[in-house]
Ligand binder design. Structure first.
Ligand code: FAD
Length: 301
């Protein structure tokens, strides 16, 4: 298969200052070396990482090869430098939206490489058009590999049923609120309902001793999870908190200081614009920080 070079949506100009600043805060850099250096800094701080090669919604078969190669390089780089990091993969970059069988073959290569290196692959969850196909591919992978995990999104109405299945089949789960814009019939819109769904799902997973990644920057959700951890007598190795690079750094350090495991999601690559835009949409207040950042340099990790 012909393998294209890296996808790029980055055509930086001085007027892109805001997006560029956002990218430098939320993205480790364009190269694997940049990403591994960020992981090294996080490890020294007491946090593990998960590497994400930026790019999604690939539409051509040839483009998917780049991601497979890059993930293999990332797994090799992590092993060579002895870093504490796994990888997170978007199946739409593997071809899921136009050829599920191709996505499976691509994912299988990455999972096998991770297995060979004693590492782990998390499948990120994307928009609701691929919820079921992502779970189907994950279950197929689970039949062959024990080093793969999935993400469930608390905003989806179906999620408590998926939690039940995750418990029955013992899937390693990352629970997050969910980041895509979904119709009301499919997803809760009310932030309070999403929080209740999140806290309930996390509690059920902790009670069942499913290896759970508690992915949130919402302090209320962190407190709920801490209560569940205590109530369910969860052991330190049963769960980890997870956060995105550059977000809620103070809260992250507090959690680490309290002795809990923490994993930071570290995206890298040339396709940084879409990711940065999503972060901007999620938190428009960031523009204020951009202005502040013009005058002082913050620790962005
Ligand atoms: C490790 C990890 C992996 C994820 N994987 C997925 C996935 O596979 N699929 C998916 O749909 N979603 C994923 N997400 C995103 C997730 O679904 C939420 O959209 C995101 O985490 C925001 O929700 P929250 O729980 O942090 O709560 P919120 O209520 O959104 O945020 C809590 C607080 O954090 C601050 N905050 C949140 N985001 C930002 C930001 N970007 N910049 C600055 N401050 C911010 C807010 O201002 C707020 O004060 C992931 C999140 C994390 C942390």
């Amino acid at each position: 298969m012909r393998r294209d070079g890296p996808p790029s949506d980055a055509k930086t100009s001085p007027s892109d200052y805001t997006q560029g600043w956002v990218a430098s805060r939320y993205v480790a850099g364009e190269t694997l070396d940049d990403a591994l250096a960020a992981v090294d800094r996080l490890n020294r701080e007491g946090a593990a990482a998960t590497l994400d090669v930026l790019g999604e919604d690939v539409t051509r078969r040839e483009e998917t090869g780049y991601f497979v190669d890059e993930y293999r390089r990332a797994l090799a780089g992590i092993a060579e430098r002895g870093l504490d990091s796994n990888v997170s993969v978007k199946l739409s970059a593997m071809g899921l939206k136009f050829d599920p069988e191709l996505a499976w073959q691509n994912f299988r290569e990455i999972a096998a490489e991770a297995k060979r290196r004693g590492n782990f692959v998390r499948i990120d969850m994307e928009d609701s058009s691929v919820t079921q196909s992502t779970i189907d591919l994950f279950r197929r992978a689970r039949a062959e590999f024990d080093n793969v995990g999935i993400v469930l999104q608390a905003y989806l109405r179906r999620t408590q049923e998926d939690v039940a299945r995750a418990i029955a089949e013992r899937w390693p789960v990352r629970i997050c609120k969910g980041i895509y814009v979904e119709p009301r019939e499919i997803a809760f819109r009310d932030p309070d309902l999403i929080r209740r769904s999140y806290a309930y799902a996390a509690d059920r997973l902790l009670e069942a001793r499913i290896p759970v990644g508690i992915a949130t920057h919402d302090e209320a959700m962190v407190v709920e999870a801490l209560q569940s951890i205590e109530r369910r007598s969860a052991r330190r190795e049963d769960y980890e908190f997870q956060m995105l690079m550059g977000v809620a750094v103070g809260l992250r350090r507090l959690i680490v200081r309290q002795g809990h495991r923490m994993r930071v999601y570290v995206p890298y690559g040339t396709a940084w614009r879409g990711y940065s835009l999503r972060r901007l949409k999620e938190n428009p207040a960031i523009v204020r920080h951009v202005l502040a950042g013009m005058f002082r340099k913050e620790g962005a990790l």
